[in-house]
Design a binder for this molecule. Structure first.
Ligand code: HSE
Length: 430
């Protein structure tokens, strides 16, 4: 049996403590699977004295995490600090400069610097592993990088943020407004004190940029992900969507299109017949479509101590076995710089919800705007009274370009019969 794999662990939040617990509790199994022991030797975090439920006295304490990789008794660094830049990025670069492997849960850093880091890892002859960065404990990175490697993937999409899915599920189940559910989630510690990365879709966009690079052999391109979060989703949307046979989910979607790589994070109406519609609460799920394997569906816990630590330790087992492989399923130099497909070219059905003054001729104004942009209505509902005294008008369009729907919405918004901002959501029709 080989010598133990010696780990330097940077970041001792929930996941860091979880990694220590998994390695303690499953020590013998991990050792048999890796065919060598995996041992944490040194740790680093901001607060040395915080109670974490694990005994840290057996590890060396390092104040400056960015020096962990230079220790002779560290073979691999686990980074659980977070943040796209700063100490996490400094540590990643330094680790590869030392010729050592790097395991991370840091989706923001990979979305912004994935190409550079994959290149550095290759030059160093080391591994860059990040199973925990996307969908936490769900083995979607290994699934796509290894299990689906023989396939051309046409699209990859999913529910990648547990906080948003928890909020949308609670709104639907309890009939509560977005702000009330968010406040309760924060009180219970499910949502961050500053939840903007989650609810504005940025966290999902980071994960999507990674999945897209992996799935389509593309350089990670976070800047091209069109991102809209869930702040504007009203309980009225959830009620109307349910009446029409849909559930609302924040979906990150990437597709290989004729015009380039299409990447979008957007609240979508998911038909009840689609498996994503039934992914509730804080669960995550990813769907990928391969040209030989067909539809793959991955589901599980996307966050939390146990699931995320499980993914980190799986990566450590790979490193211990010497299974490095290219980070994005092919050498960094072979990842293509793909053009970004124009969002307006996207064709599909859309859901529109407007609040309008309840007076004669308003519907005629709305339908004229749609007619003038050649958008055809599949169904239309007017019912209920909005909080501001208007009435809701909800429409589902037939398939048409997003450009046409947005142009029609701009015409409608210009009318003084329309109160507030209209809501538009795509319908997931595949
Ligand atoms: N904040 C993320 C979520 C978990 O709510 O899913 C970490 O990626």
């Amino acid at each position: 049996m080989s010598a133990p794999l010696r780990v330097g662990l940077a970041g001792l939040g929930t996941v860091g403590a979880g990694v220590i617990k998994v390695l303690d509790e499953n020590r013998e199994l991990v050792e048999r699977r890796a065919n060598r022991a995996i041992e944490v030797v040194a740790v680093s975090a901001r607060d040395r004295h915080r109670e974490r439920g694990v005994d840290l006295a057996r590890f060396d304490w390092v104040d400056d995490a960015t020096t962990l990789c230079r220790r002779e008794d560290v073979d691999v660094v686990v980074e659980l600090i977070g943040g796209a830049d700063g100490p996490a990025l400094t540590l990643a670069r330094a680790t590869f400069d030392c010729g050592k492997s790097f395991v991370t849960a840091n989706k923001a850093m990979l979305a912004h610097h994935g190409l550079e880091l994959a290149g550095r890892a290759e030059k160093a002859g080391a591994a860059l592993k990040y199973e925990a960065a996307v969908a936490g404990g769900v083995p979607v990175i290994k699934g796509l990088r290894e299990g689906a490697a023989a396939n051309a993937l046409s699209q990859v999409y999913g529910i990648l943020n547990g906080t948003c899915n928890y909020i949308l599920t609670a709104m639907e189940k309890d009939g509560l407004a977005f702000a009330d559910v968010l406040a309760e989630a924060q009180r219970l510690g499910y949502a961050e004190a500053d939840p903007s990365f989650d609810i504005d879709g940025v966290d999902t966009a980071h994960k999507l940029a990674i999945l897209a690079a992996l799935s389509f052999g593309a350089q990670p391109d976070f800047a091209s992900v069109a991102t809209q979060g869930i702040r504007a989703v009203d309980i009225a949307d959830i009620v109307h969507a349910a009446a029409l046979g849909f559930r609302i989910k924040l979906v990150g979607l990437a597709r290989a299109e004729a015009g380039g790589l299409f990447q979008r994070v957007h609240p979508c109406l998911v038909p009840l017949g689609h498996p994503l519609a039934h992914v509730d609460g804080s669960l995550n799920a990813v769907v990928a479509e391969g040209n030989f394997v067909g539809r793959l569906f991955f589901q599980g816990r996307g966050a939390g101590e146990g699931p995320t630590a499980s993914a980190v330790v799986a990566d450590l087992i790979d490193v211990a076995r010497g299974e490095f492989g290219p980070a994005f399923a092919m050498p960094a130099g072979r990842l293509a710089k793909q053009a970004a497909a124009a969002q307006g070219d996207h064709v599909g059905r859309s859901y529109l919800r407007l609040t309008v003054a309840d007076r004669p001729g308003v519907l005629a104004e709305l339908t004229a705007a749609l007619r003038d942009e050649s958008v055809s209505i599949e169904s239309l509902i007017q019912r209920g009274t909005a909080a501001n005294g208007g009435v809701y008008v909800v429409m589902v369009t037939h398939e048409c370009s997003e450009r046409a729907v947005r142009a029609a919405l701009a015409r409608m918004s210009a009318s003084d019969s329309v109160i507030g901002e209209p809501m538009m959501m795509h319908i997931l029709d595949f």
